[in-house]
Design a binder for this molecule. Structure first.
Ligand SMILES: Nc1nc2c(c(=O)[nH]1)N[C@H]1C(S)=C(S)[C@@H](COP(=O)(O)O)O[C@H]1N2
Ligand SMILES: [Mo]
Length: 207
């Protein structure tokens, strides 16, 4: 009584099987790409509403409306980082500026070196899914995805590519990089959807 309620008493913040991590580890496959502003562009392609491509230069992309989202990061290797403030452009904003065709069901998010991750359109359009340029008010560092990374707060962190370069609107589901290599097609940490062998019919395209 009189004590502020602990966070745990309000609601559990750690999904099953996760543990808290101090600091912010760096987790990815492959080398850290170098940012070349003159060559960087963000591409929207695939099944767009206007059947064309849409590209933004770095200046154009970072001029889109800036929003912050407080969200946790849950790595499938079992560490979680809580309460980061991500700043950037909502995925919704991107989809409004360069809309998908009516029959689009999924989005492939593409990053440097061909890294990719697939999302349901509904996950992409979630009100908290954000293309982040900043964390806690500071520009991302190169190893954490500068100049742009996706954060999908309600899914495991591999669903958020670092060094994003574009999105592909898809009319059927297709697996991304980790989804082809044994990780769950949906990746909901609250349901502990870690591995593709846990998938049930309808969770994803065949392997
Ligand atoms: N391009 C790219 N993005 C990636 C990955 C990757 O291998 N390549 N790994 C993902 C995984 S598994 C995690 S846990 C987070 C880690 O982000 P961090 O290094 O900023 O903590 O990045 C995700 N984004
Ligand atoms: Mo991860």
């Amino acid at each position: 009584m009189g004590q502020p309620e602990s966070r745990e008493a309000q609601q559990p913040q750690l999904p099953p099987g996760q543990r808290l991590q101090r600091g912010w580890p760096v987790t990815h496959y492959g080398p850290v790409p170098r940012f070349r502003p003159d060559r960087w562009e963000f591409r929207v392609f695939g099944a767009t509403a206007e059947q064309g491509k849409h590209t933004w230069t770095h200046d154009e992309f970072t001029a889109l409306p800036y929003t912050t989202v407080v969200a946790d990061l849950h790595c499938v290797t079992k560490f979680s980082m809580l309460d980061a403030e991500w700043g950037g452009v909502l995925a919704r904003t991107v989809a409004e500026a360069a809309p998908p065709a009516g029959h689009v069901t999924h989005v492939m998010v593409w990053a440097e070196y061909g890294f990719s991750s697939n999302l349901r359109l509904s996950d992409f359009l979630d009100e908290r899914t954000v293309f982040a340029t900043h964390k806690d008010g500071e520009l991302l560092t190169a190893e954490h995805g500068f100049p742009l990374r996706l954060i999908v707060p309600h899914l495991y962190a591999w669903k958020g590519p670092k060094w994003v370069r574009g999105i592909e609107y898809m009319t059927a589901d297709r697996r991304g990089f980790w989804e082809e290599r044994g990780y769950h097609n949906t990746g909901d940490p609250w349901r502990e959807q870690r591995y593709s062998y846990q998938e049930e019919p309808g969770d994803g395209p065949g392997l």
